[in-house]
Design a protein around this ligand. Structure first.
Ligand SMILES: [Zn+2]
Length: 247
């Protein structure tokens, strides 16, 4: 991964509340973008320090490793405070400046309605800041830049997707990136408290979610997204290919 100081525009910036949110929701899409030669970066708004399992240092290492597996250009972890994402003016401007520095064409973030308030708050905040990043009269250390669109992944609660991305070819990479966060998931040897993520069935459930989205479009695995504007399709016939196998 490059150092965070080199300003090379990325195609996509994925911004979420906690380290592992991105991997669990859109890791396959990001790995697929990388395979197509596109560039992306990951930003965590918090260090996830309220997480029941693991420690700060362990999670930092896990997050770095996961970003490497997916092929991120960089991962930057901010420190807005786990469980305290509120968006002070200073925090808002730091995200505005980061968006301007990286000049992404798309922003990926949490759908602003979720079981975990941090995910919902992150989604709301990032939506607003992606817009503000384009206002020239808000001055930060980089020139104004507005991404083309902010699109959303479901984190806890599931939302009906507006479009889905075939991630079948990237599924092993996605799984490897998720497994990099081993402190968060089930382990027979662990004596730490059980959480939603560390239930034995959790990773199977994440796979099942990808399988469900895949089934909707006639492929093995997919990831679903919401967007307030519909994506532009160049070929509607190709877009629905394989929906009715055998016909
Ligand atoms: Zn989270």
């Amino acid at each position: 991964m490059r150092s965070r100081r080199e300003a090379v525009p990325v195609d996509v910036l994925a911004i979420a509340a906690h380290p592992d949110d991105v991997e669990l929701t859109c890791g396959g899409t990001l790995a697929g973008l990388k395979a197509q030669g596109r560039k992306f970066g990951i930003v965590d708004l918090t260090r996830g320090e309220l997480g029941t399992r693991g420690s700060d240092a362990i999670r930092r290492k896990e997050a770095e490793r996961a970003a490497e597996i997916l092929g991120a250009e960089f991962r930057e972890t901010l420190d807005f405070g786990d469980g305290r994402i509120s968006g002070t003016r200073e925090q808002e401007l730091s995200v505005v400046d980061l968006i301007r520095r990286e000049r992404p064409r798309l922003i990926l973030t949490s759908y602003p309605e979720d079981r975990h308030p941090d995910h919902a708050r992150a989604g709301r905040l990032v939506t607003d800041l992606a817009f503000y990043a384009g206002l020239r009269k808000i001055e930060t250390s980089h020139p104004a830049h507005r991404p083309q669109q902010t699109i959303y992944f479901s984190t806890g609660y599931l939302h009906e997707p507006d479009f889905v991305v075939d991630v079948t070819a990237a599924m092993e990479t996605r799984r490897a990136a998720i497994r990099a966060f081993s402190s968060q998931f089930h382990s027979e040897a662990s004596t730490e408290p059980v959480t939603v993520l560390s239930q034995k069935s959790f990773l199977d459930a994440m796979d099942a979610r990808a399988r469900h989205f895949g089934f909707l479009i006639g492929v093995e695995f997919a990831e679903g997204f919401r967007s307030k504007r519909p994506p532009k399709l160049d070929d509607i016939v190709a877009a629905f290919e394989g929906f009715e196998p055998g016909f």
